[in-house]
Design a protein around this ligand. Structure first.
Ligand code: DON
Length: 343
């Protein structure tokens, strides 16, 4: 009799877990976690009152390979709001809805070198500079297709489910807090509307943006989402396609140049992976065709990037030669770390 698919999945998960436990990569992650757990630099975000409730001790790392191996340590089940780490994924959906040329005519792809909430547009084209800063993300939210706000929100939720492989829900208190304190984002939206650069209704675009920021994920989700981008848009755990393969390159490009705000240049130089951070403390980083990294720790530096997250990604990049331009990368350390499963 053929094995039931569900049983087979559980068995595969068990084999994967056992492989991960015995792996040198797992041991390395545990060591990294204990090295940076005592780090107390930075502060939890407080400009949105609900975010100030985060525990500064929370810290998790999760690596997911493109063949579906999962390595994780720390508080990887602790939920937190995805915040700006949602931006590349919503950008991917806007690209699917309208195609590259139209989207680029509305939202540029140029880094700003300024804070994520800067009230600034490109003075020649009046476009927001890129989809990773608030202006570009609000304009991108306005591009999401749907006949009413509920339909647009449901499309976002379905998309995030494909990336994470599980149901995603809204943190209502964070959403209300975002909305109550969102005047700066409103100012950005009015400026864009003034220049005719906001496709949807102003209030609906803002509302969807506040909602996408307030979705609850955990660090395991971030690892799987990053691995989905590393795997050409297919979730390596579920086998579900989350985004059309044509647009993964666009998403990774803006993450590479603009994903870490006014730290993006230094990040590209030192870490060399497309990435995105959020003020909830999450970072996703992608090593294309190899793996995705999720890190979660809510202590943020002055630019809004997780302090422990930046350290962890820097170390992982150096240890395993994950920098995109590391032309002499010796893959053998990485392969060996994956428990000898690869030749
Ligand atoms: O727009 C805001 O204020 C936030 N809800 C999202 C900001 C965010 O995560 C920026 N990131 N580092």
């Amino acid at each position: 009799m053929p094995e039931e698919p569900q049983k087979k999945n559980h068995l595969q998960e068990l084999v994967n877990d056992l492989t991960a436990i015995a792996s040198p990569l797992q041991a390395y992650l545990e060591q990294l976690h204990s090295t940076y757990q005592p780090l107390r630099d930075g502060a939890v975000a407080s400009y949105i009152p609900e975010l100030a409730r985060a525990d500064p001790n929370w810290f998790a790392i999760c690596i997911v390979t493109v063949d579906g191996q999962v390595y994780k340590v720390g508080d990887y089940e602790q939920e937190f709001t995805i915040q700006s780490a949602s931006k590349p994924f919503v950008y991917g959906l806007a690209l699917e809805d309208h195609g590259r040329d139209f989207v680029v005519s509305k939202v540029g792809v140029e880094p700003t070198g300024e804070a994520f909430n800067a009230i600034v547009l490109d003075e020649h084209s009046n476009r927001p500079y890129n989809p990773m800063v608030n202006a570009g993300a609000i304009a991108t939210a306005g591009l999401i297709k749907g006949s009413n706000p509920a339909e647009r929100m449901n499309r976002l939720l379905e998309m995030f489910c494909c990336y994470t492989g599980r149901d995603i829900r809204l943190d209502v208190s964070v959403f209300v807090s975002e909305r109550t304190t969102g005047d700066r984002n409103r100012a950005i939206a009015y400026l864009m509307r003034n220049f005719g650069m906001l496709a949807g209704e102003l209030d609906e675009s803002l509302e969807l943006y506040f909602q996408q920021c307030s979705l609850l994920v955990n660090c395991h989700d971030l690892g799987v989402m990053a691995a989905t981008l590393a795997n050409d848009g297919v979730n390596p755990i579920t086998g579900t396609r989350a985004v059309h393969a044509d647009y993964v390159q666009d998403m990774l490009s803006v993450m590479y140049t603009c994903g870490m705000y006014d730290f993006s240049g230094e990040w590209a130089y030192r870490v060399g992976m497309p990435a995105k951070s959020g003020v909830g403390g999450g970072i996703i980083a992608v090593a294309p065709n190899r793996l995705g990294i999720g890190v979660f720790s809510p202590l943020l530096d002055r630019r809004g990037n997780s302090v422990r997250g930046v350290q962890v990604c820097t170390d992982l990049s150096q240890e395993f030669g994950l920098h995109a331009f590391n032309t002499h990368a010796d893959d053998s350390r990485f392969r060996a770390a994956l428990s000898g499963r690869l030749p």
